[in-house]
Design a protein around this ligand. Structure first.
Ligand code: UD1
Length: 423
């Protein structure tokens, strides 16, 4: 249905006003998976209304949990788990469905899933997840594109990740909380969403220390019980709205936002000449009325480095700044697919392997674009807000995977933006 929608933007309006930031997709997804580990009901507040969250809820229903949503509140009753297979259609729809494997192993000691294939932003293998599960006593059979994971007993283990993978760290945490003994995750991912997942699990009765550092220690417990939990604010959606405000040289307040998790993005925006400060606990003020200077170099890195997910939206902003920016993408090998679309607006960007050189231009003009992936699509919307005339971003379904009510939010601060049906 949404695959046939496009987002239409008439650029040139200055954004002014307040945007409320949604709950974090990348936190809600592992927490929805983690609810499988509980014996009693989980209530999640601030759970964003996104197609990716719908897919996670469909997995919960498929494996036997009951699940309902009222607005941004999702209740999961995980008392019964009657199936342990993640259907291949859902694996294909959302690669992060793999996060359910750790939870199902923890709860049922088994899981069957199809191999997540290639992806629009890179290969995204799951070898670290599988190697860690094996260390915990899981036997892995690969048959006709399916992985059968089974364990007589899940045991704690010392796991050293080759790189701090977010998904692998989360999956190991999920498998370890009910395993026998102690699990150590060395070289763990330190992203704020890992801390959010750990805080949820601890509230359910898990024993976890060190989340947010490179050594996470998990002592297995016998049982977990559901709780009420509020998902953290989405730092990538917030980064997108900061870039949207800045690209229009506007003045915005982001409400329900988390300043600390956004520091790597905020420091770049400040370097560009944008004034930003946090206040009142969860508000961020941004004013971009001055001339914006291009930051010379942006290198994506694991947290607390500059987030790869914010690279495309920052690139859209740099296209309009004074000077040249060199982007170096170190996390995913194929994360510049948005570039050829952005150049249709008149942007000057050259890509060579993992490096993109962006030369700022004073003017962009509206064009017909196609979203290439979630964050690339968001970057096209950001650039369109600056461009003269109308830009249509097709394949809007990519954008709806991660942005709740993006048109309404931007319209409420003055953007001329709407959804159009494509026939
Ligand atoms: C998560 C985020 C995604 C973000 C990414 C990096 C979710 C749902 N998604 O994705 O938005 O862009 O973190 O911050 O939270 N790798 C392997 N083998 C593995 C696992 C990962 O080689 O078994 C590689 C990947 O190919 C990639 C790198 O490690 O190059 C980082 O991936 P990872 O941190 O695992 O990203 P995701 O968890 O998939």
């Amino acid at each position: 249905m949404s695959a046939r929608q496009a987002i239409s933007v008439r650029g040139g309006r200055t954004l002014e006003g307040e945007i409320v930031i949604q709950g974090a997709k990348n936190s809600a997804l592992p927490i929805l998976a983690a609810s499988v580990l509980c014996k009693t009901e989980v209530t999640l507040y601030n759970c964003p209304r996104l197609t990716d969250c719908d897919a996670a809820m469909r997995i919960l229903t498929t494996i036997g949990c009951s699940c309902k949503r009222e607005g941004n509140v999702v209740s999961i009753n995980p008392s019964v788990v009657s199936a342990t297979e993640i259907p291949s259609s859902l694996m294909r729809e959302m690669r992060s469905s793999v996060i359910f494997s750790g939870a199902l192993l923890g709860r049922e000691k088994r899981c069957r899933l199809s191999f997540p294939g290639g992806c629009e932003i890179g290969a995204r293998p799951i070898d670290y997840h599988i190697a860690a599960f094996k260390k915990m006593g899981v036997s892995v059979q690969d048959e006709h594109g399916y992985l059968n994971l089974t364990a007589q007993k899940l045991s704690g283990a010392v796991i050293v990740l080759p790189m701090p993978s977010v998904g692998a760290t989360e999956n190991i945490m999920l498998a370890a909380v009910l395993a026998k003994g102690v699990t150590e995750i060395h070289n763990a991912a330190r992203e704020p969403e890992i801390v959010d997942l750990a805080e949820f699990l601890i509230k359910c009765g898990a024993k976890i220390s060190g989340a947010g550092t490179e050594l996470i220690v998990i002592e297995g417990v016998k049982e977990l019980y559901g709780c009420d939990y509020t998902v953290m604010p989405d730092r990538i959606a917030a980064a997108t709205y900061l870039c949207a405000g800045a690209v229009t040289r506007g003045e915005l307040v982001l409400a329900k936002a988390d300043y600390n998790s956004l520091r790597p993005v905020i420091s770049v925006l400040e370097q560009m000449g944008v004034s930003i400060y946090g206040y009142g606990g969860n508000y961020i003020y941004i004013n971009a009325k001055k001339t914006l200077k291009a930051p010379p170099m942006i290198r994506t890195a694991v947290h607390p480095g500059f987030p790869t997910d914010a690279q495309p939206v920052l690139m859209a902003l740099c296209m309009t700044a004074e000077g040249t920016t060199v982007f170096s993408e170190t996390i995913f090998e194929n994360r510049y697919r948005h570039v050829s679309e952005l150049t249709r607006l008149g942007g000057k960007i050259n890509v060579e392997g993992r490096v993109a050189v962006v030369e700022g231009v004073p003017k962009l003009s509206g064009a017909e674009l196609m979203a290439t992936d979630l964050r690339g699509g968001a970057a096209m919307v950001v650039a369109a807000l600056f461009a003269d005339g109308v830009t249509r971003v097709g394949n809007a379904s990519y954008i709806y995977r991660g942005y709740e009510d993006i048109e309404e939010r931007l319209r409420s601060v003055g953007a001329d933006i709407r959804t159009v049906q494509v026939h």
